[in-house]
Ligand binder design. Sequence first.
Ligand code: C2E
Ligand code: CA
Ligand code: CA
Ligand code: CA
Length: 275
Amino acid sequence: AKGQGRGTCCYFNAEMQSVAEHKLKLEQDLSHAIGAGQLKLLYQPLINAADQSLVGFEALIRWHHPTRGVVPPTEFIPLAEETGLIMNLGDWVIEEACRAASQWPENISVAVNLSARQLVLPALPATVNAALSRYRVQANRLELEVTESVFLEDTAGSLDVLKRLRALGVGIALDDFGTGYSSLGYLNKAVFHKLKIDGSFVREAAGNRETVAIIQSIVQLAKSFRMTVTAEGVETADDFTRMRDLGCHQIQGYLFGRPMEFERASELVHGTQNR
Ligand code: C2E
Ligand code: CA
Ligand code: CA
Ligand code: CA
């Protein structure tokens, strides 16, 4: 039994070491990824529920790793947050999204995801403002998406940064609402213009009346704060009619389009314009 224990112990250590090495390698690779042009934004359409017209896109990052292929953001964003690389990466995303917006008509918005850690930087509003001016993009065409996790650490500082961003005229969306640390208190902070209902709720609503009731109350609550409500993760025509009829203003999900390359997004923009 003792031998086995030791064996288990050493095997465990070796595995831990290889996990750590893998992580370290990925971190090193990530630090070069921006400069090497391996990062790319894809754009997922955002649809007006009432008439199914295109209102904008959410920018979603992809990393084209030279040997590993496409690494999903769920794998490298946490790594970037741990190492602080998220600061550079986040600035690059803002810059790139503004560049895309500058190529599209004024009625098309672009949403960008922010990590909680980026909100700890007092310089963020200046960075956003500089990118908007550089590409001559109106502030109200840019939306910044944050999750409730921003309120876990440095609440006062983050709230101040959010307020200063809001004062620039950019939109602030509360992302993934209903997952994690949901507290209705956050809605009362007067910084959010939009609430995004998490896709897991949307899909659960298909067979669950309690979930429908929860979504109903979320929509009511958001509307009482004059927030726009977006339903994420809409995959089927049923999801769409259900969420529309529950009062969601905007819809996002595979039903209307997967995250796509800038060129395809542009085709969609122009196709919509000419219709
Ligand atoms: P998120 O902000 O909640 O983005 C929505 C995710 O759901 C995206 O995954 C999107 O591809 C996926 N999705 C969209 N429609 C559907 C649908 O109908 N069904 C299903 N099952 N999924 C759908 P993705 O692109 O893998 O991104 C995952 C997460 O990574 C994002 O979740 C966001 O938290 C983070 N992320 C992505 N890009 C960035 C970025 O530029 N910066 C930061 N900080 N985080 C990012
Ligand atoms: Ca998002
Ligand atoms: Ca989301
Ligand atoms: Ca999410």
